[in-house]
Ligand binder design. Structure first.
Ligand code: PHE
Length: 465
C-alpha cells in the first residue's frame, strides 16, 4: 500500500538547521510583510500598534508556530499524515483537518502566483516606466483590462506570460525536493531579497519628505489600544505573516532530523520575520512621505496604502516622479516577486507533500501533478478578467476565515479533546534550547482559542452581512 511504501523510504531532509531556518524565513517573509504590515500598522495606531503586535506575536504567533513544529516533527508528515498519526484510533477523522489545511494552502497558491506574476511584469515595466502618467488607469485598463468586456473569459496576455513562467519555475523547484529544490531556491533568493530591499530602504530614507512618512507611521496613537479591532488586526497580521496554522510549518518541520532543536530556530524565524516587517514599514512609509511631499499634501491625505493598491497603483506613480525611479521600481517589484516566491513554494509544498504521502507518488510526480493542476486552474481562473475580480473574494475567505478557523479547530481538538498538550510540550523540550512550560499550554489551549474564536465569528459576520 502507499503507506507502507512511504514508511520504507527515508524521509527527505534539510541539509541542516540553517537550511531549515532559511527556508522557514523565506516562507514567513512574503507579500504580507511588504504590502500588508506597513498600512495595517499605520491604520491601527501607528507606533502604538507595535504593542498589540508584540503581544500577538508572543501570546499566539510564537506559541502556534511551536505547536506546528511539534506536530510536524513528532509525527513526521505533511499535515494530513501528521494529524492522522497524532489521532491514533480517531486518526481518520483528524486526517480531514490536515486536508482542510491542504485545501487552504492550495487555494492561496492559486492567487498568490498571480500577484507574483504581476510583480514580475512590473519589474520589467520599471525599466521604461511603462505605466506612464496614469498608473491606476494603466494597471486596471491596460494591464488587467478589467473594464473591457465585463465578464469575459478572454485571456489577459500581459498576465498570462509571466504567470506561466512563475509556474514553470515553481514546478522545477518543487520537483527538486526539499534539499535540492526548496532549500537551494531559498538560499539563493533570500540574500538577494535582503540586499535589494535594504538598498530600497536606504534610498527611500534619503528622499525628501521621508521623515514625514516615518512620523506618520510611527507616531503613536495610544487611544487606538482601546479599540478591539486594533487587537484583531494585530493577531491576524501575525498569523498570516508567520505562515502558521495552514500546514506550512508542519510540513517544513517534518523534514528536520529526528534530534533537532525546535524552539530556538522558531524564535529566530519569528523575530527575523518581524524585523523584516518593520524594515518594510520604514521603506514603504519613507517612500509615501516623499509622495506626499511631492504633492504638497500630508501623508494622511494619501490613499491606497496597502495591498494591490499600494503596490500596483501608488508605488508606480511614485516611481515615475522619482529621480532614478527605474532602479527603485526594479528593487521594489523584484523584492515583491522574490519575497512572494519563497512563500509560494512553501505553500505548494504543503499540497505536494500531502499528495506524495497519500498516493505514494515520487517527489517529482507529485510536484508535476500538483503544480500542473494548480497552474491550469490559476491560469484559467485568474488570468481572465472575471478571475481577477474573484481574487479578492477568495483571498478574504481563505485568509481571514480559513486560516483562523483552522487554528481554532486545531487547538481545541488537540488541547481539549485529545489532550495532547503535555506530550507535545515534552517533545518540544526534548532537545530544544528554549524550554516551554505550562504557560505555553495555557496560551495554546485557552488564550488562542478565545481570541481567535472571537475573531472568526466577527469576521464571518462582516463578510456575510
Ligand atoms: N507569510 C506569508 C506572507 O507574509 C504568508 C504566506 C505564506 C502566504 C505562504 C502564502 C503562502 O506573505
Amino acid at each position: 500500500t502507499p503507506q507502507s511504501a512511504q514508511t520504507r523510504a527515508p524521509r527527505e531532509q534539510w541539509t541542516g538547521q540553517i537550511g531549515f531556518i532559511i527556508a522557514a524565513i523565506g516562507s514567513a517573509v512574503g507579500l504580507g510583510n511588504i504590502w500588508r504590515f506597513p498600512g495595517v500598522a499605520y491604520e491601527n495606531g501607528g507606533g502604538a500598534f507595535l504593542i498589540p503586535y508584540l503581544v500577538a506575536l508572543l501570546t499566539a504567533g510564537i506559541p502556534i508556530l511551536f505547536l506546528d513544529y511539534a506536530i510536524g516533527h513528532r509525527f513526521r508528515g505533511s499535515a494530513p499524515t501528521a494529524f492522522r498519526r497524532l489521532g491514533g484510533r480517531t486518526g481518520r477523522g483528524l486526517e480531514s483537518l490536515g486536508w482542510f489545511q491542504v485545501a487552504i494552502a492550495f487555494v492561496i497558491g492559486l492567487y498568490y502566483t498571480v500577484v507574483i506574476a504581476w510583480a514580475v511584469s512590473y519589474f520589467v515595466f520599471s525599466f521604461d516606466l511603462r505605466w506612464g502618467d496614469d498608473a491606476v488607469g494603466f494597471f486596471t485598463a491596460d494591464y488587467l483590462r478589467v473594464s473591457e468586456p465585463g465578464f469575459s473569459l478572454d485571456f489577459v496576455p500581459g498576465v498570462l506570460i509571466p504567470l506561466v513562467l512563475v509556474w514553470i519555475v515553481t514546478i522545477i523547484v518543487l520537483a527538486g525536493g526539499v534539499a535540492k529544490g526548496l532549500q537551494r531556491a531559498n538560499t539563493w533568493a533570500l540574500p538577494v531579497l535582503l540586499v535589494a530591499f535594504l538598498a530600497l530602504v536606504v534610498r527611500a530614507l534619503f528622499l525628501d519628505g521621508a521623515a514625514e512618512g516615518l512620523n506618520a507611521l510611527f507616531t503613536p496613537d495610544f487611544a487606538a489600544l482601546a479599540d478591539p479591532n486594533v487587537w484583531i488586526a494585530a493577531y491576524s497580521q501575525i498569523f498570516f505573516s508567520l505562515s502558521i496554522a495552514f500546514g506550512i510549518m508542519i510540513t517544513y518541520a517534518s523534514y528536520r532530523r529526528r534530534r533537532s532543536n525546535l524552539t530556538g530556530p522558531g524564535l529566530v524565524v519569528a523575530f527575523a520575520n518581524s524585523s523584516f516587517e518593520i524594515l518594510a514599514g520604514i521603506g514603504v512609509f519613507a517612500t509615501l512621505g516623499y509622495f506626499a511631499f511631492q504633492q504638497g499634501v500630508a501623508v494622511d491625505e494619501l490613499d491606497r496604502l496597502t495591498g494591490v493598491g499600494l503596490s500596483f497603483m501608488t508605488f508606480p506613480a511614485i516611481v515615475s516622479q522619482m529621480p532614478g525611479g527605474a532602479l527603485f521600481g526594479c528593487l521594489f517589484f523584484g523584492s515583491l516577486a522574490l519575497a512572494g516566491f519563497t512563500s509560494l513554494v512553501s505553500v505548494l509544498q504543503v499540497v505536494s507533500a500531502a499528495v506524495q504521502e497519500k498516493f505514494g507518488l515520487s517527489v517529482r510526480a507529485a510536484a508535476v501533478s500538483v503544480g500542473g493542476v494548480s497552474a491550469v486552474l490559476s491560469i484559467f481562473g485568474f488570468s481572465t478578467t472575471t478571475g481577477l475580480l474573484a481574487l479578492d473574494v477568495v483571498d478574504q475567505w481563505a485568509n481571514n476565515v480559513g486560516i483562523v478557523a483552522s487554528a481554532v479547530i486545531t487547538t481545541i481538538l488537540l488541547m481539549w479533546v485529545l489532550r495532547r498538550g503535555p506530550e507535545l510540550r515534552d517533545h518540544l523540550n526534548a532537545i530544544s534550547t528554549f524550554k516551554v512550560g505550562r504557560s505555553w499550554i495555557f496560551l495554546v489551549s485557552v488564550l488562542v482559542p478565545i481570541v481567535l474564536g472571537y475573531m472568526l465569528i466577527s469576521r464571518i459576520i462582516t463578510l456575510i452581512v
